[in-house]
Design a protein around this ligand. Sequence first.
Ligand SMILES: Cc1ncc(COP(=O)(O)O)c(C=O)c1O
Length: 430
Amino acid sequence: MIVRLCDNPRMSPATRISRAHCEALDRNDPLAFARARFELPEGLVYLDGNSLGALPRTTAQVMARTVTGEWGNGLIRSWNQAGWIALAVETGRRIARLIGVQSDEVIACDSTSINLFKLVAGAYSAARLQDPARKVILSEKGNFPTDLYMTEGLARLAGSDVELRWVEGEDLAAHFGSDVAVALFTQVDYRSGRVLDMAAMNRAARAAGHDIVWDLSHSAGALDLHLARDGAELAVGCGYKYLNGGPGAPAFAYVARARQASFPMILSGWMGHAAPFDFDPAYVPASHVGRFQCGTPSILALRALDEGVATFDGVDMAALRAKSLALSGLFWDLMETHCAGFGFVCISPRDTARRGSQLSFSHPQAWPIMQALIDRGVIGDFRAPDLLRFGFTPLYLRHANVWDAVMILREVMISGAWRAGRHQVRQAVT
Ligand SMILES: Cc1ncc(COP(=O)(O)O)c(C=O)c1O
């Protein structure tokens, strides 16, 4: 759904909203305590936790201890004595609560791209074994590029045994059928923030006899997820966005317990072996979720991810979701009132059931506008060709931050500050 912010906005409740009103909302915020868990530069409004989460207050200390104590002093003994060997599974346990599955069904490892490959390849292989007529790998045309690229790589390997089918439209489940081996969908669209109905799509996939691999990169840590309840058995997700694991943090993979033992291991690395230090020439996967890691995990990165996930300790995910929607709703209302007539078009769903934890606005000058905003301490991001993206991270964002962001955007538009030459220069990361 596309909503144009018109020149002459109707009187909306946002007309009456003031900064004082936002501050009052912050005083009554049940999640206000969580902001103290982060290091955030004074005066900055950070609206990009959907791309790179903020630094947890404990991470630097834990990293220093890991480097100097566990690595420097413990050396190789730390694989046993500091619990390094079990860290991927331990961090997975913490993530499990956030996505609504059992603690032994998630592992933190590798990148989202690699985990996607493992699960799509395994599910495809399992489906083909049962029914060779199932040749199709189904996904959405607008899916995040790596999801499509990784699947295309798999198709190159499988040759004529696989048919890729990228579809679009409102009713994705209409494409499910007896020729589909596996489908791959990102629950929250990285551009618009649109949320797919996971429960309904899983039901439809089950009826059609195939799996869905879910990419939760923009869902985990942002939505109130119940994967087990909603019938999901396979999923991957990102560690460096809402989970606050740091730049390039390990990702995670979820495989329902009932599926683990029989799941085909395509990336069959030694760290997923039942007994890696037997150095057995025969590959025998571990009997638990540890089988889904490939090689030696990056302990430094895992420690940082573990601290990131720990920022959710004691946080009620339903309350987190409610705050996320309140923040994005506030931003939208304020945009309608204070930034109407500047040419912004919101491409995110108005319907809260279909809206993730971000809002995206198209504008022909999206890039320089975002640069001018960043220059003034409001950090969002840009997605080609013309989107300004604003992420709402309930653990550390205040309602007053939302007010400030919109007022600064208004000032950027009225002053024309975005026209400055330096704001026109594209950088490698947008
Ligand atoms: C939906 C989605 N999937 C996958 C990725 C990429 O994951 P990685 O770089 O960990 O492979 C991203 C990154 O932004 C993403 O948004």
